[in-house]
Design a protein around this ligand. Structure first.
Ligand code: LMR
Length: 335
């Protein structure tokens, strides 16, 4: 009964119950910033469940959602510096937050690079993706898998939806993740970018510190951004996805058979994540529409063309940092 109560209390707090009373040789603390009912939150919980069932007594995974343990930038620093061989830190920060660790990963942020999530899968399932994650190893991080959220939409508090560029962006400030590519994209669209951690976005929108933001549907819905915004433009202008990473020190010290089991669980959680992301893309959009706060507006093809046109310079600006040859390969994979 005690365990049931404890599990219920933890569920309320949003922390995965992992049989905490049971001792395990290794503990993995999986920290993320979104709510448990998002594609990332659900995949993290499935990973924990699989590992905790299959490796009972050997490995215990504890999930900390909603920035409870760390925000994304802090978790990567903590992961890099971590020296523990028995307690490992794991996280799934968005690909946009890796700029300090891999200039190559910035390619994922390029506006209009992907036409759909199918395109994203072509890239992450191709060996060229390894070239983008390889630099992480020497920086203390081991990449385990790519997880989806979805294509991003733009929201705004203002008299009309974002549609005409640059006029509708003029004089408007937009919260962005800590990505220089996003910063240049917002400027190219005509707006002013402001980097802010995810956990501050709702308040910043509510208090008018920023006028708008860009995100995938599950984040808009679960963090209630639509309640403090007037319009959402379904721009699908770029991708929001994640890289599941663990501290290299911890990972390389694990027995090989445990690593193999963990990799298997990551693969299964990744497949589940893709399903959750596809569901959230239409399901959370519908919930936002039904809630009746922000008005959702689709984007006509010619407007999309205009957005693509004004943001084309962004790729040129980052060609050297990403790597001209790599960028060429990426385009070949996507063609
Ligand atoms: C954001 O900061 O908007 C996203 O990266 C949050 C997330 O992890 O989906």
């Amino acid at each position: 009964f005690g365990a049931v109560c404890a599990a219920a209390a933890l569920a309320v707090a949003g922390i995965a119950w992992s049989g905490g009373a049971q001792a395990a040789e290794y503990v993995i603390k999986l920290s993320h910033v979104v709510s448990p009912q998002t594609p990332k939150g659900k995949a993290a919980d499935i990973f924990a469940q699989l590992v905790n069932e299959r490796l009972q007594g050997k490995v215990r995974v504890e999930v900390f959602p909603s920035s409870q343990l760390y925000d994304d930038n802090k978790v990567m620093e903590a992961m890099r510096l971590s020296r523990s061989k028995t307690v490992g830190l794991m996280a799934a920060p968005s690909l946009s937050k890796f700029v300090k660790f891999s200039g190559q990963l910035q390619a994922f942020d390029l506006p209009f690079l992907f036409d759909s999530i199918g395109d994203v899968h072509k890239l992450v399932d191709h060996p060229v993706a390894d070239k983008m994650t390889d630099p992480l190893k020497s920086k203390g991080l081991r990449a385990l898998g790519f997880w989806d959220n979805g294509m991003k939409v733009f929201s705004i508090k203002g008299p009309k939806p974002l549609m005409d560029v640059p006029d509708d962006f003029n004089g408007m400030k937009f919260r962005i993740q800590s990505s220089d590519v996003h910063s240049e994209m917002i400027k190219a669209l005509g707006g002013t970018p402001q980097k802010l951690p995810f956990k501050e976005v709702y308040t910043a929108l509510g208090q008018g510190v920023v006028d708008g933001q860009e995100n995938a549907w599950s984040n808009v819905y679960s963090k209630k951004f639509h309640e403090v915004q007037d319009y959402i433009t379904v721009s699908n202008h770029s991708y929001l996805g994640y890289l599941l990473v663990v501290s290299e020190q911890f990972w390389s010290n694990l027995p090989a058979e445990i690593r193999t089991e963990l990799e298997k669980a990551v693969k299964e959680a990744t497949m589940a994540n893709r399903r959750f992301a596809a569901e959230a893309d239409s399901g959370d959009r519908l919930k936002v529409e039904q809630a009746g706060f922000a008005k959702v507006v689709d984007m006509p093809v010619e407007k999309r063309k205009a957005w693509r046109q004004v943001t084309m310079s962004v790729e040129d600006k980052f060609r050297d940092e990403i790597g001209a040859d790599l960028l060429k390969e990426i385009h070949q994979v996507l063609d």
